[in-house]
Design a protein around this ligand. Structure first.
Ligand code: SF4
Length: 304
């Protein structure tokens, strides 16, 4: 098999990590690279395992996304809508299986499996807290079934759905950008609705760049101008649907932000062409609160 190349690309989460802590960014995108190889050096493997850790809230969000995707995929394939009770039970069971896998730290041998930060770092989480998380997943999945938006999607012929998973990245001024929404469809009013499923609290600042990325996706991949795009932020916890209309002016602003973000990250590289980074160039944050919740704490600040 051809060797994988660590090519530079942009994503909202990469931008976020870069702004959080440069050292963390280095570990995530460079230090852990090739840690999946059987003969990877021990420290690289360790970073790779730590990189996969996820918080329990993010894990719950991922499970809800998967559940939603199952329902939509079945509908697209012309099957019956998956029964709500069946899907909820399936995901509760799945949650339990994944939780045990993580608790037993089996991800150390199989890093692609669920690896919870709480288990790796021995964070005390009361049983009640895990139950609240399970209830959260159940509630989000149930809310999904009750969304008027789902009824609207079901009324829309599948040929008017956008199969996002086929193209997740697009080229922006020579850089691959990962900014695909979760789902899209053409409305009866001939507008393109791009949907982002959310399961946590709103963060307007974080959303702006992310949603802008989706508008750019619409223009670059789907060739739809911003004025015809509605960005739908669907919070499955509430549930609520927030419609962000888009326009060329806002897209221009986001494009500039994206350009600056890419330029900023590349400025930290020893060789931007070859995407070569050196650990010493990436300083550690002074904000120890960030360190306490950081995946790489065991390597970077083991004293904490
Ligand atoms: S432990 Fe702190 S300094 Fe080290 S990578 Fe994590 S956030 Fe950065």
């Amino acid at each position: 098999m051809a060797e994988l190349d660590n090519a530079f690309s942009w994503s909202r989460s990469r931008d976020h990590l870069f702004n959080d802590c440069r050292r963390k960014y280095f570990y995530h995108y460079y230090g852990s690279w090739s840690g999946w190889e059987a003969d990877a050096p021990e420290e690289v493997r360790r970073l790779y395992v730590l990189k996969q850790l996820t918080s329990r809230q993010a894990w719950a969000g991922r499970l809800v996304h998967e559940g939603v995707e199952w329902v939509l995929r079945a509908l697209r394939e012309g099957r019956e809508q998956l029964p709500e009770a069946w899907l909820v039970e399936e995901f509760v069971q799945r949650m339990r299986r994944e939780w045990r896998f993580s608790r037993d730290r089996r991800y150390r041998e199989a890093p692609k499996g669920t690896a919870l930060f709480e288990h790796e770092y021995g964070v005390e989480v009361a049983p009640r807290e895990w139950q609240i998380l399970r209830d959260h997943i159940v509630r989000c999945l149930r809310n999904f079934y009750r969304l008027p938006l789902l009824a609207e999607i079901r009324r829309t012929p599948p040929e008017r759905w956008i199969l996002i998973e086929e193209i997740r990245a697009f080229e922006f001024e020579g850089t691959p950008v990962y900014a695909a929404p979760d789902f899209g469809y053409w409305t009866a009013e001939e507008r393109l609705a791009l949907v982002d499923w959310k399961t946590g609290g709103a963060d307007p600042d974080a959303s702006a760049l992310q949603l802008g990325g989706y508008a750019l996706y619409a223009r670059e991949v789907l060739e739809v101008e911003p004025a015809r795009v509605d960005l739908l932020e669907v919070n499955l916890r509430e549930p609520s649907v927030f419609r962000h209309p888009w326009d060329g002016g806002r897209l221009q602003e986001v494009t500039e932000q994206l350009r600056l973000s890419i330029r900023g990250m590349k400025a930290w590289l020893r060789d931007p062409e070859a995407n070569v980074a050196v650990l010493e160039d990436f300083e550690r944050t002074e904000d120890l609160r960030l360190c306490r919740g950081c995946n790489f704490r065991a390597v970077c600040r083991p004293e904490l």
